[in-house]
Design a protein around this ligand. Sequence first.
Ligand SMILES: CC(C)(COP(=O)(O)OP(=O)(O)OC[C@H]1O[C@@H](n2cnc3c(N)ncnc32)[C@H](O)[C@@H]1OP(=O)(O)O)[C@@H](O)C(=O)NCCC(=O)NCCS
Length: 167
Amino acid sequence: MDGSLSAGAESLDGYRVMPAALRDLRAVRRLEKLIFAGEAYTYPDLLFLFLRPGIINLKLVTPDNALAGFGSGGRLPGSPRVWIISLGIHPDHQRRGLGRFLLEMCEARLSGPTLFLTVRADNERAITLYRRSGYRQIGIRYSYYSDGEDGIEMCKERPWPPGASAR
Ligand SMILES: CC(C)(COP(=O)(O)OP(=O)(O)OC[C@H]1O[C@@H](n2cnc3c(N)ncnc32)[C@H](O)[C@@H]1OP(=O)(O)O)[C@@H](O)C(=O)NCCC(=O)NCCS
């Protein structure tokens, strides 16, 4: 794993992270559908994420420029919190450290000492990833998802501004 910087994009093992733009909308929608099925963000949801100021959208691409992941984060209307809004890695590219990498890249672009997210209670993979990345459970949203599954609310506190030491 090299984790190196290359020409404006951060990369890991040849996979590059860069801002996702409107031209990526179709590919991101396809990926979201593949990963999240019935709970995937719709085109209007994604348009909202792409157009709303203060939301960062990142794509992870393979060495030959195929979309391998998508991450989004920022402030949502009606909440002062900063959220990890979406994180997904294409099934063909999972378990290579890319989920963790994309999460870190999203976190690095979000401001504030506390980050929040909600994850399905039955999504052990993602919960493990988030725990190992410093998130802890702070609550449960009962029947939060369309099939009745609960949502686990998690948050991560980090030194802020970056580099500041805790006293
Ligand atoms: C969750 C997800 C983003 C993880 O991406 P990934 O690239 O496979 O994860 P990584 O390779 O970076 O692994 C990071 C950590 O996740 C956990 N993890 C990943 N795959 C796992 C698996 N199959 N079983 C258990 N834990 C797993 C591990 O803790 C791993 O850390 P480790 O390498 O120290 O063991 C990916 O599985 C995914 O896109 N899932 C579907 C969408 C989703 O659930 N998104 C989160 C919604 S909130």
